[in-house]
Structure formats: structure tokens, C-alpha cells
Unconditional design. Structure first.
Length: 383
């Protein structure tokens, strides 16, 4: 006969929870919080914006709208009192474009020495030397200055800095920010943005001198495992601030393993990010960019003022009723994204802006006395 369990007097599961978990027994999530994105995004994907407390990935080929979405995310964060911490390892952050998309920054001017390449004469010119605003931007140089002396094989610091950032540096800096937040030094939610996976190598690849994709994938899996967990836990009721991780991911086509079928899109950096993301957004086509170029023309001269691109959800693990997988299009223009239905109104409103930029790009001399009415608009398929 089986021995019966004798219940302890006054035992309750509730008391056991308190004893074992303390405040951690509060396992519910906060109500969904969003970084509100423009109408074009909402109209295409049927979502209010980027879900906070989650890892979000945007992927696609070059010039398909990834950076524009990143700028819109930064603008949304600043508008909603969230601190944007940006890792720009692509090396091409366009401050003016980000400002036009809504990033709350202002230029700081200073006198800079410039040498004439023909005469060698050095003169002082007034240029932008900084951009002020409530954001933190780590370029490759800034990343290396912060933790370029880290030896990730031993977890110790070296006397000499590398000069080159590695994947582990991004995770190290994010962890530092989260530690500061938990210590009360950063009293606000944080949006971490990395553009992009695939632009820098891992510590092990750096030391190998030749690089290795498996090393890089392993580094992301190992270094970011606690980051994914800490981001996810910030959406729980017991967490004071809700943090978000936004990643731009390079892609490649895996024709070798297609087995004669459709070629699959793979994310650079392995599959660990794909396992941990909760919203995955793809922009552009699959085999190629598949965009339309929006151009203004005048007497045979063309100026591209925007791009029409596809946008779709390729993974959604958000709670009901937000677990939808819609797709549509959006137009990337000088100040962010708009829906195709808004394009005519945009052209009417911003024609002077487009016209002035066309003059700056193609040369003002040939545009003397030209009226806006002398121009026309066309769309061309991306080749």
C-alpha cells in the first residue's frame, strides 16, 4: 500500500510562494506598452508600434527602410520619455535624417580647420561638431573607448585596447546600463538599438585574424542570452521600468540548403536572436530589395525623394490580440514613413523641400527661374 502524504498543519501554497519567491511571486505581465510608430506602420502591420519589454528585429536588403524604421523608433522613444541607447556599428548614422524623422536633437556648431586639397591652404570654417539631445550614441570608436580593453576569454581587462569593437562589447555595455538602472542611477526606461548584426565580428573571430561565422553566431548566443532574459523580465509587474531591444539584422540567401525548393532567408549571426525575438519585421522583397524609387524630374534630371517598400511580420509571439501577421507597404521619405495613401498630400505639402534638395544635389545654377510646376513625378522599379 502506498504511503499517504501527511499534510503539514497550516500549510498553504501562498505562504510557500512568499517564502521562496518573495516579491517575485508576482508573475503577471504589465499591460502592453508600445513605442508608438507612424500611421504607415500601423496601417500596414495592424499594430500600434514596437512592443516594449521585448526583443524586436527588423531585417531586409540594403535600402529597404530599415534605418528609417530605426529613426522612427528613436523619435518615438524620446517623445515618450524613453532613453535611446544606440549602437551604430554600421558607421553611417545620419543625424539630419534622424532629426527630420523626429529625433529630438539640435546641432552644435564650432570652427574647424579645413585644408584646400589643391592649394594646401588651411582655413577655419563653421561646421556641426556635435548633436545635443537626450540620447546616447556608441559609434565603433565610442564602443572601443568604453570597453576595448576587455579580454572576453578571461573576463579581465588588458593594458592595451583593441581598436576594433566586437559583438561581446555590445552585450557588455547593455548589461552595464541595466545594472545602473537597477541601482537607481538611470530612473527611466531604455530602448537599446543596434544597427546592425553582421557588421562587426566576435572576440574569437577578432583573435583568429580571419573571422568565422560560427564564432560570431556562438558569441551572440552566449553574450546576449542574459540580455534577452533581462529585457523580457522588464515587462513583468514587479519591474519598475520596461526596456526594449531593437535590432537591425543583415540577411543572406541560403541557396545551398534549399534542396531544389525556394531559397530561404537567413539572418546574419545565427539563429539565437530569431529564437528570442518576439516581433520580427521584414522590409523589402525576399530575393532582392524589390522597392520602387520615387523620383521628381526636371528637363531630364532626376532626383529620388523617397522609396516605396514592402513591410511584413515574419514572426509574432505577442499576446492576444496583438499576435497578428499582416503585411503591406510604406513610403520612406525625408521625414520618416508615410502610407501610399498619404503620398499625394506629402508631395503637395513638401514640394518646396523636395525642390530645394533637388537643386542642392544637381546644382543650383541650372534651376534659376524654374517653377515647381515645371517638374513631374515618376515611379521606377528597383533593378
Amino acid at each position: 500500500m502506498a504511503k499517504q502524504v501527511v499534510k503539514k498543519k497550516n500549510f498553504s501554497v501562498g505562504n510557500l510562494k512568499t517564502e521562496m519567491l518573495g516579491e517575485q511571486q508576482k508573475t503577471a505581465d504589465k499591460p502592453m506598452e508600445w513605442l508608438i510608430m507612424p500611421f504607415a506602420y500601423q496601417d500596414a502591420l495592424k499594430l500600434p508600434g514596437l512592443p516594449m519589454g521585448r526583443t524586436v528585429v527588423v531585417r531586409g536588403w540594403s535600402d529597404t527602410g530599415k534605418s528609417t524604421l530605426k529613426n522612427c523608433a528613436i523619435a518615438a522613444a524620446m517623445k515618450q520619455g524613453v532613453l535611446p541607447v544606440i549602437f551604430e556599428t554600421e558607421g553611417n548614422f545620419d543625424f539630419q535624417y534622424a532629426k527630420d524623422c523626429g529625433m529630438q536633437i539640435e546641432p552644435v556648431y564650432g570652427m574647424v580647420d579645413r585644408e584646400d586639397p589643391l592649394t594646401g591652404e588651411v582655413t577655419k570654417v563653421k561646421e556641426i561638431v556635435n548633436w545635443e539631445g537626450d540620447y546616447i550614441l556608441f559609434t565603433n570608436r565610442g564602443i572601443n573607448d568604453f570597453c576595448g580593453d576587455m579580454d572576453y576569454s578571461t573576463g579581465t581587462k588588458k593594458a592595451k585596447k583593441r581598436g576594433t569593437p566586437v559583438i561581446e562589447d555590445i552585450a557588455y555595455i547593455i548589461s552595464t546600463f541595466l545594472d545602473k538602472q537597477e541601482a537607481g542611477e538611470i530612473p527611466m526606461p531604455i530602448l537599446f538599438l543596434w544597427d546592425s548584426i553582421g557588421s562587426i565580428q566576435s572576440w574569437k573571430s577578432y583573435n583568429s585574424k580571419v573571422g568565422n561565422n560560427q564564432f560570431d553566431a556562438g558569441a551572440i548566443s552566449t553574450a546576449f542570452k542574459p540580455i534577452f532574459s533581462r529585457i523580457a523580465s522588464s515587462k513583468e509587474v514587479g519591474s519598475e521600468y520596461t526596456n526594449t531591444l531593437f535590432i537591425v539584422n543583415k540577411i543572406w540567401l541560403d541557396a545551398q540548403n534549399s534542396m531544389g525548393g525556394a531559397v530561404s532567408i537567413e539572418n546574419s549571426g545565427g539563429k539565437s536572436v530569431g529564437y528570442n525575438l518576439r516581433l520580427g519585421i521584414h522590409v523589402g522583397g525576399t530575393a532582392k530589395a524589390s522597392t520602387k524609387k520615387l523620383k521628381m524630374t526636371y528637363k531630364g534630371q532626376e532626383y529620388q525623394y523617397g522609396t516605396i517598400t514592402k513591410i511584413s511580420v515574419f514572426k509574432n509571439q505577442l499576446p492576444t490580440p496583438f499576435n497578428v501577421t499582416y503585411s503591406g507597404t510604406m513610403c520612406c521619405v525625408h521625414n520618416g514613413i508615410i502610407a501610399e495613401s498619404e503620398l499625394e498630400e506629402y508631395k503637395k505639402k513638401y514640394m518646396p523641400v523636395i525642390f530645394e534638395r533637388m537643386k542642392e544635389t544637381l546644382g543650383a545654377a541650372q534651376f534659376q527661374g524654374v517653377n515647381v510646376e515645371d517638374t513631374s513625378f515618376i515611379e521606377t522599379e528597383d533593378e
